[in-house]
Design a protein around this ligand. Structure first.
Ligand code: PLP
Length: 452
């Protein structure tokens, strides 16, 4: 259908396109219909967004859905937060980027330093992947070592030394969980030659890898709450042990707080668990949906960047629009500490209602939560996380969970179809919305065949 250029913008909204037709047209020009391969499996049934506000998205057919994926986590105050939108609109009229220092750099940097306990100085980047790449490079430069220790199932972006195989088939036995394999075709075979891996919450394995390689380890990087393959909090004592091992062997401890930063509290997971990493990587909530990330630490940890011996680059790194987003989001967070209490209460409420609902329906499910971050997984057989996330994932019913997601989406609730992907709450999710979500999932469950 040819549209007149004179037509008002809203006419576009009224074109009679279905989600499926629109997605097919998108696929003609966007390879695979998505701009991140990770999203390829996120929509078993086509869903094309017209707009998003609060905790809702409206699709091109005009249907309204409650969203529990929330753009994979950035929108702590919901979509289209008026304060953020106004600040960004103003910044656009004042110049989105000049490649020169701007006053807003100070404002945003000071906010991060006030809110995140271990951080005195930062550098901005455009994505979690970029910030992690630079943080690892800095740790390797400062220690003069090459090995980096990671945890099985933790995701640190898609760059060459951290993209490991396994997320897509997390429920299948790992071939060798200590020797991670490249996670994508086209990576050089040796990409992970300097990347070690141990299971999460396995203290004997952690001690053993330090005994074997401690004097070569530049850094240990973790998601302080594992959130990319179920929500798995740290076992009691793990962080104390990890901090002590890093100190003893001279390795840097890097917290990837891309998800947990400003979500699990104003000071992120490090504040919640009382542990001090050497470097912290921040993104998602801090930008409220605008692409931005940062990595930072003490002045001494950042010294090689401050005096330009180490390198971190990027034309758009620290652009004024992104840094304005940070200053606005964190200013709002600093002014409203009470939101974390509300998020905690709503998270606990949803967790408890979902558990009761699955129990009443007599369907095994695993619901795991830290704050406003949940994972909800339909199971073949009852399990918990006590034997580790991989063992739990083997009990998950991936196809039934996907069928549940399809039926919930048809009934107006969107969450990720993979049972290992988290649900993200925002301050826009009201108790009534959560009741509605539980009712929809309950109704959808009835038409999902039980696994034998
Ligand atoms: C914990 C964690 N680290 C790093 C990344 C990579 O961030 P980005 O996709 O912005 O490169 C992600 C993305 O979801 C993440 O969840």
């Amino acid at each position: 259908m040819v549209q007149s250029l004179m037509q008002p913008a809203t006419a576009h909204v009224q074109t009679a396109t279905t989600n499926g037709e629109q997605l097919a047209s998108i696929r003609e020009v966007i390879a695979g219909g998505v701009s991140s391969s990770m999203r390829a499996h996120a929509i078993p049934v086509p869903l094309v967004v017209q707009r998003a506000e609060g905790d809702r998205i409206w699709d091109v057919e005009g249907r309204e859905l409650i969203d529990l994926n929330m753009g994979y986590g950035p929108h702590l105050f919901g979509y289209a937060d008026p304060e953020l939108s106004a600040a960004l609109a103003r910044q656009l009229t004042e110049g989105a980027m000049t490649g020169l220092p701007h006053r807003v750099d100070q404002e945003a940097g000071e906010l991060i330093a006030r809110l995140v306990p271990s951080v005195e100085q930062v550098r901005f980047a455009n994505s979690g992947t970029e910030a992690i790449t630079s943080a690892l490079r800095l740790a390797r430069a400062a220690t003069g070592r090459t090995e980096v220790l990671t945890f099985d199932g933790h995701y640190h972006g898609w760059s060459e030394t951290v993209l490991r195989a396994g997320k897509a088939n997390f429920h299948e036995p790992a071939p060798d969980s200590t020797a991670p394999q490249p996670g994508a075709l086209g990576m050089i075979p040796e990409a992970l030659a300097h990347t070690l891996q141990v299971p999460w919450n396995d203290l004997p394995a952690l001690r053993a890898v330090f005994e074997a390689h401690g004097d070569q380890i530049a850094a240990v990087i973790c998601e302080p709450v594992m959130a990319n393959a179920c929500v798995v909090p740290p076992a009691p004592g793990q962080f104390e042990e990890l901090r002590a091992l890093c100190d003893r062997w001279g390795a840097w401890l890097i917290f990837d707080e891309v998800i947990t930063g400003f979500r699990l509290g104003r000071g992120g997971a490090q504040e919640r668990y009382g542990v001090t990493p050497d470097l912290t990587v921040l993104s998602k909530v801090m930008g409220g949906g605008v692409p931005v990330a940062a990595f930072g630490g003490s002045r001494s940890a950042m010294a090689m960047l401050a005096d330009h011996r180490a390198m971190h680059l990027g034309v758009y790194a620290g652009n004024h629009l992104s840094v304005r987003a940070v200053a606005t989001m964190l200013g709002k967070i600093e002014r409203s500490p009470e939101i974390y209490e509300q998020l905690e209460q709503h998270g606990a409420y949803l967790e408890q209602r979902l558990r009761a609902m699955f129990a009443e329906a007599n369907r095994p499910a695993l619901v795991s939560r830290v704050g406003s971050l949940l994972s909800v997984s339909l199971l073949h057989r009852p399990t918990d996380l006590s034997r580790g996330p991989r063992a739990a994932a083997r009990a998950m019913d991936f196809s039934a969970h996907r069928a549940l997601q399809i039926r919930a989406q048809q009934r107006g609730v969107y969450f990720h179809p993979s049972p290992i992907e988290p649900w993200f709450l925002s301050t826009a999710h009201s108790a009534e919305d959560l009741d509605h979500v539980v009712a929809v999932v309950r109704d959808a469950l009835d038409s999902v065949p039980e696994s034998r």
